[in-house]
Design a binder for this molecule. Structure first.
Ligand code: FAD
Length: 395
């Protein structure tokens, strides 16, 4: 055995890291810990809300990882002792590691928005972790009367998937336009601008007329209190809004295990060394995905996958005494605004003076003026991207 690696989390970052360590060096012992027997992706969950995809199409398992020799434990990592280098599971089992990888994604900061706790999320779902929450939001949408209000509360930066709330509003608008055309969507935002903003707002007027209203923080969009029982929210300037369906996307932090391991800082997120994604605070713990502070890279599944590959290469190099290769990453976030109407933002990243930087002249967003043919092509690229990344991550 060339070393023992334990990976926490079977999502985009964790599954990719486990797979790519095994592919680079099968002699490394790799264990993956994930509580769920299957992983439901957030990417394309908005299309399910729009009625454009089945829920099951976003479900992935761990058989490919097992066939590569990864030991997959269905369990929950509870604590980390970075001194003796061991991890404790909720079952009581302990695992020793030479290198630990954490890709726990996000946790909701239940204390951050008054009134929004775990019980409230059963009435006003966030659906910002896919699975039961996504199904709940869809059931509420299906039960909503024509002429009702779908109210979304959008968070301040940083948060998982910067274009995600606005893709969701688009897909909900598509569903409402086709099933309940008298309904409205109101987005109350804690920000003054958002990812791909003009591309979204152009498309909204074109496809959905006046259906979607977006209120930025400086126009009293900042929600400070949620009353989930009454499906009501209150803004900074004491204005109350009552919803038929209330979708609260609350402030977030790195998944709890990152805090337990001592790798988070005051912000609640994890600072990492750019070249390897090893924690800046605790050696031999690598963190990838949404849990990290990796700006200008966004918190996306694409980035989590790309960071997982960099961490895998760094870990294999460290365990086999080789030099670490120079890291670079790419990201594209596709958003579907309507059937056959896709938009995207892309970036290419490298390391300069120990920091992650966007490569000058790279990336950008879809053109503002574009033919329907180009919008359709981007929608098709989005589907191809999903199939490719799911295949790359889970097989
Ligand atoms: P995750 O993929 O969430 O994986 C974390 C895993 O860790 C989970 O399975 C969890 O069960 C497990 N875990 C947590 N704690 C523990 C523990 N203590 N022990 C064991 N296991 C644990 N990204 C894109 O690139 N493109 C898109 O189109 C896109 N669309 C999105 C749409 C929506 C609505 C949302 C919400 C997100 C979207 N994203 C998209 C973002 C993407 O979902 C995340 O960036 C990605 O999931 C991050 O990967 P991760 O590995 O950090 O976390």
């Amino acid at each position: 055995v060339a070393g023992r690696v334990v990976v926490v989390g079977g999502g985009f970052g964790g599954a990719t890291t486990a797979k790519y360590i095994k592919r680079r060096n099968a002699a490394i012992d790799v264990t993956l810990i994930e509580p769920s027997p299957q992983f439901y992706t957030c990417p394309f969950s908005n299309l399910y809300l729009g009625g454009l995809r089945d829920f099951d199409a976003q479900t992935h398992g761990f058989d490919e990882l097992r066939s590569l020799g990864v030991r997959v434990i269905q369990g929950f990592a509870q604590d980390v002792d970075p001194v003796i280098k061991a991890i404790k599971l909720a079952s009581g089992e302990r695992l020793a590691y030479d290198k630990l990888v954490l890709s726990p994604g996000i946790d909701i900061r239940w204390d951050a928005l008054a009134g929004y706790d775990e019980a409230a999320a059963q009435l006003a779902p966030h659906a910002w972790k896919a699975g039961q929450q996504t199904l709940l939001l869809k059931r509420q949408l299906d039960a909503m009367p024509d002429g009702g209000l779908f109210l979304m509360v959008a968070p301040a930066n940083p948060f998982r998937c910067p274009p995600g709330p606005y893709e969701r509003a688009s897909m909900v608008a598509y569903y409402l336009k086709t099933h309940k055309p008298k309904s409205k969507i109101l987005i109350l935002d804690a920000k003054n601008n958002f990812s791909k903003q003009t591309l979204f707002t152009d498309a909204w007027s074109k496809l959905y007329g006046e259906m979607i209203e977006w209120v930025p923080a400086n126009k009293d969009g900042n929600v400070i209190r949620v009353d989930a029982q009454n499906l009501t929210v209150e803004t900074e300037f004491s204005v109350r809004h009552k919803a038929s369906v209330l979708n609260v996307i609350p402030p977030q932090s790195a998944g709890l295990i990152a805090q337990r391991a001592g790798v988070t800082n005051k912000s609640g997120w994890v600072p990492v060394q750019a070249q390897t994604f090893e924690s800046s605070q605790v050696s031999d713990i690598y963190v990838v995905g949404d849990a990290t502070i990796a700006a200008p890279m966004p918190k996306s599944g694409f980035c989590a996958n790309a960071q997982g590959k960099v961490a895998a290469a760094a870990i294999v190099s460290a365990l086999t005494g080789k030099e670490v290769a120079t890291a670079s990453w790419a990201n594209t976030c596709y958003s579907l605004v309507g059937p056959n109407y896709g938009i995207s933002v892309a970036g290419v990243y490298g390391v300069s003076e120990g920091k992650i930087v966007e490569i000058k002249g790279s990336g950008g967003v879809s053109p503002r003026e574009a033919s329907q043919e180009i919008r359709k092509r981007e929608a098709d690229y989005g589907v191809a991207w999903y199939n490719a990344i799911a295949q790359d991550t889970w097989g």
